[in-house]
Design a protein. Structure first.
Length: 121
């Protein structure tokens, strides 16, 4: 009779208990970590300079960001710049350059004239 009167736990309660016992991160834990990371990033961005140490892949960026450099190279070419020309002028590796070109295209700053050729908007 005691077992029948005992209140059954809900499924959510059992899952929360299991997560706590196994020491899994919860949504609140992840949110707290994200807030701490954002706070650290804001403090680092307030430091004069770039806020980072010397990176082995660091390239001289002039006055702007890497995206600005790529956009400048594309804008300098009247008929459009192909991938190899952009890479020669910026000295960025393939992956970084492809990501920058993708982002600039999504932002509407450049347009693909044809495969591998980009023009500014």
């Amino acid at each position: 009779m005691a077992n029948q009167q005992k209140r059954l736990q809900s499924f959510d309660t059992m899952i929360r208990h299991l997560l706590k016992q196994c020491n899994f991160a919860t949504r609140q834990d992840i949110d707290q970590l994200t807030q701490k990371i954002d706070k650290i990033e804001r403090k680092l961005s307030a430091i004069p300079g770039d806020g980072k140490g010397a990176s082995p892949n660091a390239r001289p960026s002039g006055n702007g960001s890497a995206s600005d450099m790529v956009l400048d190279v594309i804008a300098d070419m009247a008929t459009g710049a192909n991938f190899v020309e952009i890479q020669e002028k910026t000295q960025f590796n393939d992956k970084k350059l492809r990501n920058i070109i993708y982002r600039l295209n999504k932002q509407g700053k450049i347009q693909r004239k044809k495969r591998g050729v980009y023009i500014p908007l």
